[in-house]
Write a new protein. Structure first.
Lengths: 327, 249
């Protein structure tokens, strides 16, 4: 077993043990913090498939996070007001069921990623970053002006949505759901990295000309990666909205897109647990330094600077050494 | 005369006032090595780019196996049976040697969207990849990263990736580039045997290799084929000696 695998298992053990401890010690706020960390991790894991393996630096992933959030918000809003979403030509009602909401969130964000990808993946480098940023801003301002769903103020959902067989109002149970989603996404990411698709996508990032020369189309590989990536980040958005029981345009903000990228860089780009480590560190620092100074972002920025300058492999690179090629 | 596997017909390409490819018609027949030589700036790379599909010609056609592929992009030509090697190695440097050839095998097989099973556990892909490494003599280095290989080994890996495609024709852009005398001789021997599998269109500056390998040689100067023939004919050609070969012939 490599040091990186051991480290990953330790992180996972921590994510299981800490909230259980907090539950037993009756510290629900710690569980909420951990839930936030796990959901942000999930969002960044989604981005890491596009960015880490595919080399697609998307500065617009908050679009998918926001779509997931609004999918939850809109469905739950209609359910709590007993107003159908639409009546003609067929009836669609709101819902408070998490599995249905997740499905809608995943499909909607995947579709958005497909369309945005079709348009933006024709560019690369700085242009790609700028186009994804522009899409992010479009969605952000659209959400602000969408008064039917709260506009700038967003909307509150009074009771957390339900999951069959669980009481999601109990923090530890909702945390368990979020952690399960994260573990599934990590398992999928791990398999993908070693798969046929992972091999081809990884090569498309390094040597697109070679990929074409063996008969594969880098554009299609990237488009599929971008779509999957958006879908996972969208699922995280739905969970995030359910955690806060609140949805607002800030879920679309470009600052959030930037934070997802920062999580990955801090944890370690293209490392399976890189986004998890980055997001957890972010939440911990945000809470502790943020409680001590309003200017905590300065300290977080310093950490980012140190890691970019001295540890190209992020925190995982510092702890577990260089990444190893699969096989 | 054998049917041409790969052919260009009156290919033309201009960059502004510069006619980089000027009515070039060359053919590659089964079982042969056809070398393209010429001074720097003669338009060899531009020609290769049009044959492989990276660059669209202004006029003329590229025909592979009797089929007009002029409108097809690089990846479609590769699937149709055209394998190229690059003058500057195009390898996934972070990946292992085995992964690099596995990519070729994956391309040859198609279906790149499998996301759950490890690609290197796929017998068909692994066998094809290992066989290619075996043939170029890189089997011992399969677990090394491409970045750790010597220049000569990278040149071999370039060829190995092309082998995994089991193509109808090879297009090799200076495969000897940067190789020492010994490396060149080794690769020359290998290419000599390869022509039986598929014909090779060979762009090369190493005249020893060209004279040892080529069944036919075409000389490109200012985008034009100024002479075409057997090695003996080309060596005796007065225009060629003036334009390019000089004392080397």
């Amino acid at each position: 077993m490599t040091r990186e695998t051991l480290f990953n298992l330790a992180v996972l053990a921590g994510l299981v043990a800490l909230p259980i401890y907090a539950h037993l010690a009756d510290e629900p706020f710690t569980i909420t913090l951990a839930t936030r960390a796990v959901i942000l991790s999930l969002a960044a894991v989604g981005l890491n498939i596009a960015l880490g393996i595919g080399g697609l630096v998307s500065l617009g992933h908050a679009v998918f996070f926001g779509i997931g959030g609004y999918a939850m918000g809109i469905l739950a809003f209609h359910a709590q007001n007993y107003m159908p979403l639409m009546e003609a030509p067929f009836l669609i009602e709101g819902t408070k069921s998490m599995p249905v909401i997740w499905l809608v969130a995943v499909i909607a964000s995947a579709l958005a990623a497909l369309v945005i990808g079709l348009l933006s993946l024709r560019t690369s480098g700085v242009y790609f970053i700028m186009i994804t940023l522009a899409f992010g801003q479009m969605f952000y301002y659209f959400a602000i002006s969408w008064s039917a769903y709260g506009g700038e103020d967003g909307m509150s959902i009074y009771v957390r949505n339900g999951f069959p067989g669980l009481n999601t109002l109990i923090p530890i149970q909702f945390y368990g759901l979020c952690l399960a989603a994260l573990v599934l996404a990590l398992g999928f990411n791990g398999a993908l990295a070693r798969s046929r698709f992972g091999l081809a996508l990884n090569a498309a990032r390094q040597v697109p000309d070679r990929v074409r020369a063996v008969g594969l189309d880098p554009f299609r590989l990237r488009l599929v990666a971008f779509t999957i990536s958006g879908a996972i980040t969208g699922l995280a958005g739905a969970l995030f909205a359910d955690l806060n029981r609140f949805v607002s345009p800030t879920m679309f903000s470009w600052q959030l897109s930037g934070e997802f990228i920062v999580f990955i860089i801090i944890g370690g780009t293209a490392r399976l647990f890189g986004p998890v480590v980055g997001a957890c560190l972010f939440v911990v620092l945000e809470h502790y330094i943020g409680g001590w100074s309003d200017y905590w972002h300065i300290w977080f920025g310093l950490l980012l600077l140190v890691i970019v300058l001295f540890g190209r492999g992020g925190v995982i690179g510092l702890i577990a050494g260089k990444a190893r090629a699969h096989g | 005369m054998a049917e041409a596997v790969l052919e260009t017909r009156d290919l033309r390409k201009a960059f502004g006032a510069l006619q980089a490819t000027d009515d070039v018609s060359i053919s590659l027949r089964a079982g042969e090595i056809h070398a393209i030589i010429g001074p720097n700036g003669a338009g060899k790379s531009t020609l290769i780019a049009q044959i492989s599909g990276a660059l669209a010609p202004d006029a003329g056609q590229v025909v592979l196996d009797g089929r007009d592929v002029t409108g097809l992009p690089v990846q479609a030509r590769a699937r149709a049976g055209l394998a190229r090697t690059f003058q500057i190695s195009q390898l996934a440097m972070e990946d292992t040697v085995l992964q690099n050839v596995a990519l070729g095998a994956l391309g040859a097989q198609g279906r790149p969207f499998g996301m759950f099973r490890p690609v290197l556990r796929d017998r068909a892909i692994r066998d094809r990849a290992e066989a290619a490494l075996e043939r170029v003599g890189l089997a011992g280095q399969r677990a090394m990263r491409a970045a750790e290989l010597s220049h000569g080994e990278r040149r071999k890996l370039e060829v190995a990736v092309a082998l995994t495609l089991e193509p109808r024709a090879f297009v090799m852009d200076e495969p000897m580039a940067g190789l020492g005398t010994e490396g060149s001789a080794q690769l020359t021997g290998f290419l000599d045997g390869l022509r039986a599998q598929a014909p090779i269109l060979l762009v090369e500056h190493d005249m020893d290799a060209v004279f040892a390998l080529a069944d036919r040689v075409s000389v490109l100067v200012y985008g034009r084929v100024i002479a075409s023939g057997t090695v003996g004919e080309i060596r005796r050609d007065k225009a060629v000696r003036e334009a390019y070969l000089g004392d080397e012939a």
